[in-house]
Design a protein around this ligand. Structure first.
Ligand SMILES: *Cc1c(COP(=O)(O)O)cnc(C)c1O
Length: 302
């Protein structure tokens, strides 16, 4: 269980933060929560190597590579050359001995297929994890997080009216929405998109919710529960000055690191959104990405 920390009054509301970034493995974050569940599957199925994909700044790939390294398992990462920049994450993937295959984004799919066949043909049993830990297992991880939040609300005797976080490949968002639908809770779950635009970004989240709920809730309820804000994407990897200012201010005020790709955008989106509401209990989920904070620190003027 990760802590929920009170950050006091914020733009006329009351702000708390759930520190998923403090999950105690490989700098934590939502990918650490997802990867734990993926590796349970890996253990059950006696797989002996992992294939996944992601960019040079992927927190998912760093954590998968770290877990494989810890177990002495082979790890292959397919990376699109359009987004293969060197970051602290990519440097760690190298340190963990991951086999990184960089190809044009249009060839990623075929390269994954080729790698899986090649490994199988050589007598290995590869396990494939989608980018960002997408799929029902990723959704399950954030349904569990939602249940954790409910337990913490009980303990703290508080109800969160809003939950904000960075939404990327969508299963963090989907898991939280599934939780709300399953428990029938009155609150608003707001994903701040870090890259995708509406309607596609929201559709991907809705698709994941549908897949996980498998007919247990009607589509209108899923539609009504899914809020996807795409005003703060700024182009994946591009550093907007307002995001950088948000990162500086949150670090100086609370001592909490954010990054320019995910959590900085989400915190900024949350901060704008809550200007339109008053006296509500707000929970911001810090989804991790701490190594990316240091990449940002290298670039921002001090
Ligand atoms: C991957 C990631 C997200 C987005 O999570 P998804 O489940 O892919 O939507 C948010 N924040 C951080 C730090 C991430 O690494």
């Amino acid at each position: 269980m990760t802590i929920i920390q009170n950050l006091g009054e914020y733009n006329g509301n009351h702000l708390w933060i759930k520190r998923e970034d403090l999950i105690p493995f490989s700098f934590g974050g939502n990918k650490a929560r997802k990867v734990e569940l993926f590796f349970r599957e890996i253990d059950k199925g006696d797989y002996d190597c992992v294939v996944t994909y992601g960019s040079g700044s992927s927190n998912h790939c760093r954590i998968v590579a770290n877990e494989c390294c810890r177990r002495g398992m082979r790890c292959c990462i397919i990376s699109p050359e359009e987004a293969s920049e060197s970051t602290f994450n990519s440097q760690m993937m190298e340190l963990f001995g991951a086999e990184i295959i960089t190809v044009p984004v249009s060839e990623v799919h075929d390269t994954i297929e080729g790698k899986l066949s090649e490994l199988t043909a050589s007598g290995k049993k590869p396990y494939f994890i989608e980018g960002g830990g997408h799929g029902n297992i990723g959704t399950e991880a954030y349904l569990q997080c939602y249940q954790e939040i409910k337990e913490q609300e009980k303990e703290m005797d508080i109800h969160f009216d809003y939950i904000f976080f960075a939404s990327g490949t969508g299963t963090t968002h989907a898991g939280l929405v599934c939780g709300q639908l399953i428990f029938g809770d009155e609150r608003k779950i707001v994903g701040i998109s870090i890259a995708r635009k509406n309607p596609r970004g929201r559709d991907v989240v809705i698709d994941s919710v549908r897949k996980y709920m498998d007919g247990r809730v009607d589509d209108d309820s899923i539609q009504a529960a899914t809020t996807f804000i795409d005003d703060y994407t700024f182009g994946y990897g591009k550093d907007d000055k307002r995001v950088v200012d948000t990162i500086k201010s949150v670090l100086k005020t609370y001592g909490i690191p954010l990054d320019t790709t995910y959590t900085g955008k989400a915190f900024m989106g949350m901060s704008e959104y809550v200007k339109g509401i008053n006296d509500k209990n707000i929970l911001f989920i810090h989804t991790g990405g701490t190594p990316l904070f240091f990449d940002a620190l290298n670039k921002i003027d001090r």
